[in-house]
Write a protein that binds this ligand. Structure first.
Ligand code: ZN
Length: 272
């Protein structure tokens, strides 16, 4: 992997900031991007001075989702071997798109996503696992992957984040949900003008940073364990298997029946 940076990391006292920094590609996620994102979060966890983690994005949008460009397809080709049928694809996504994302939800320190611009498909998997979401008025959320034959991104938090009925509309139409509607549904904590986004995120982070770290950890775990007792994680794992049933269907219907390139990969990655 290259030494190129796609994620920036900085700290200011008790607050660490992880910055999505691939603006030219609208923060599209490829394996090194995700690896650096994961490393930055763990760097914050390991830093004893850090009490709260803010995630924000450089460029006009939060994230375009998983990178489906031809250059990125080469990186995926290194990790997904179509000759294994669905095996290596399933295994790679299980670790990198499902379990890693869940692990971000469970980081032992509070996390806040400050989201602006478009947040599409895999982009949701960078903000939904965070504890709080502050959105700017221009934020737009969508998961349009049904057009590519899959039922939703790998981290299937949709019914939990939006409620069952709205989740269905969100998935069935693939249309954007705006920040105000996301706020009304409880998916985001605050909506502020674009120029106030960072100010608001750091204001909330500052309040949290003054609280007892162990108490915060217990509160976070209490909510997350409640979600798990309600079946969230079991449901996500079950839905992930269906996601791969859909990938297999795309593969079967693809021109040569085995390729993970081209449109079929597009489906997989964008889905993701
Ligand atoms: Zn997938």
């Amino acid at each position: 992997m290259s030494e190129e940076r796609f994620i920036q990391y900085e700290t200011d006292g008790a607050i660490a900031t992880v910055v999505l920094d691939r603006p030219d590609a609208r923060n599209a996620q490829h394996p090194p991007f995700l690896e650096q994102f994961d490393e930055a979060l763990h760097r914050a966890v390991d830093d004893k001075e850090v009490r709260v983690i803010v995630v924000r994005a450089n460029g006009p949008h939060w994230s375009a989702g998983h990178d489906i460009s031809p250059e990125s397809a080469k990186l995926f080709k290194d990790v997904i071997d179509p000759s294994t049928g669905i095996h290596s694809h399933y295994g790679w996504e299980q670790i990198h798109y499902l379990e890693k994302t869940k692990s971000w939800r469970d980081l032992p320190k509070p996390t806040i996503a400050a989201v602006h611009g478009k947040c599409i498909a895999g982009g949701l998997m960078l903000c939904w696992p965070m504890d709080l979401i502050v959105a700017s008025e221009d934020a737009l959320f969508s998961d349009p992957v049904l057009r590519m034959g899959v039922g939703g991104v790998e981290y299937f938090a949709h019914p939990w984040e939006l409620g069952a009925r709205k989740a269905k509309e969100f998935l069935f139409t693939g249309e954007f949900l705006d920040a105000q509607e996301a706020y009304r549904l409880g998916m985001v904590n605050h909506v502020v003008p674009r120029e106030k986004l960072e100010e608001k995120a750091y204001e909330v982070a500052g309040k949290i940073a003054r609280m007892d770290p162990f108490g915060l950890r217990m509160a976070k775990q209490s909510v997350n364990r409640t979600l798990d007792q309600m079946g969230q994680w079991n449901a996500m794992q079950a839905v992930f298997d269906m996601h791969h049933l859909a990938h297999a269907q795309s593969r079967l219907l693809s021109e040569d029946g085995s390729s993970i390139q081209g449109q079929t990969v597009g489906s997989m990655k964008a889905a993701s």
